[in-house]
Design a protein around this ligand. Structure first.
Ligand code: KG4
Ligand code: ZN
Length: 342
């Protein structure tokens, strides 16, 4: 089946077309056919963070032109056998409503199925959009702007939470540290770039909960330690501070992820979410995992952050659950562990 996926949970409008191989005629191309993304980052940058009302309005402006664009690019028409998936949550309520409203309206008008998917399930399954996808089971490290979780993934919808952050998410810690260093929003990529030119041995920052014996994280103390260091060393030292922060955050993420793999006897580790684009994290993980005989899988770089492809792919797995109704609800807060297996 051909699935149109729509992502609008935060500050990126993403759309994609994915055709699953199962029932497609051999003459048709399968896999990811087209995807397009519009990032609102520049608009929110002036405010130092996402402004929900501006985000919703911009999603409204972008979602239809982007959809027309990918239909044209992939030579698909609305007459093809379709399903539509959209991010139902978690995320900003107004922003979610744009994608959900568009998807439900289109599905009703065309008399085709639509299904709401969980944003984190999209991230979690994004490394499967590949010619060499990991087999189940695997441990997933989900590191985005809003979430930091270690999950044991036994199949689609079979997610066992091993640990999560007790306060800030990893991406949030990158963003707040970047803000302290005057790097704008979202600061993760800029902080990581600055860190590459710094000396990570000049300062040592704490590794919160490194030896806590569980798979939980805490990043707010690290942010406070950065603040103290900035006051002491000044912004002239910002590259070295960025490097020290990145080294500490990466150290905790790598150590806990590998411990979670050992605990659950998993030979495969999947990294998903925006912070998964961090090159230092990728380098350390790949190196240390190899020592333990664990293979690490990443989504394509462009699918680490929010995108429509992961929503189309997750939708293709869940299309059997599509409901025909016209009414819909978004779920700004939604626990991933409550999803049902498919
Ligand atoms: O998954 P995502 O696009 O959005 C959420 O669902 O939250 O993740 C965005 C987060 C932001 O906090 C951003 O700063 C962070 O991912 N991020 C990075 C990098 N690229 C994006 N953090 C560190 N290094 C990067 N290269
Ligand atoms: Zn996300």
């Amino acid at each position: 089946m051909l699935v149109l996926g729509i992502e609008s949970s935060c500050d990126e409008t993403g759309v994609a077309l994915y055709r699953s191989a199962d029932s497609a005629p051999a003459t048709l191309p399968t896999g990811l056919l087209a995807h397009a993304l519009y990032s609102q980052i520049a608009m929110h940058n002036d405010y130092g963070g996402v402004v929900p009302e501006l985000a919703s309005r911009d999603h409204i402006r972008r979602v239809l032109p982007l959809t027309r664009q990918i239909l044209a690019e992939s030579d698909c028409s609305l007459a093809d056998r379709y399903g539509i998936s959209y991010t139902q949550g978690p995320g900003l309520a107004g922003a979610l409503l744009v994608g959900a409203g568009m998807a439900r309206a289109l599905a009703y008008a065309l008399n085709i199925p639509a299904v709401g998917v969980h944003h984190l399930e999209g991230h979690l399954l994004s490394p499967l959009i590949s010619d060499t996808p990991p087999e189940f089971p695997f441990v997933a490290l989900l590191v985005s702007g809003g979430h930091t979780q270690l999950m044991l993934v036994e199949g689609v919808g079979r997610y066992i939470l091993l640990g999560e952050t007790l306060d800030d998410a990893a991406g949030e810690a990158f963003d707040k540290t970047a803000q302290l260093l005057g790097l704008g929003y979202p600061g993760g990529p800029a902080l990581s770039k600055l860190a590459d030119s710094g000396d990570d041995s000049r300062f040592t920052l704490p590794r919160p909960m490194l030896n806590s014996g569980d798979f939980d994280f805490s990043f707010s103390g690290l942010k406070t330690a950065v603040l103290t260091l900035v006051k002491k060393a000044g912004l002239d030292a910002s590259a070295d501070i960025a490097a020290a922060f990145q080294a500490a955050a990466v150290d905790v993420l790598v150590t806990k992820s590998l411990a979670a793999c050992r605990y659950s006897h998993a030979r495969r580790l999947v990294v998903a979410g925006g912070v998964g684009a961090n090159t230092q994290l990728r380098k350390r993980l790949t190196r240390d995992a190899a020592v333990h005989g664990i293979s690490v899988f990443y989504p394509r770089m462009e699918f680490c952050t929010d995108n429509g492809a992961m929503i189309a792919f997750a939708g293709a797995q869940r299309m059997a659950y599509a409901a025909p109704e016209l009414t819909f609800a978004v779920r700004p807060r939604w626990d991933l562990a409550t999803l049902e297996a498919v």
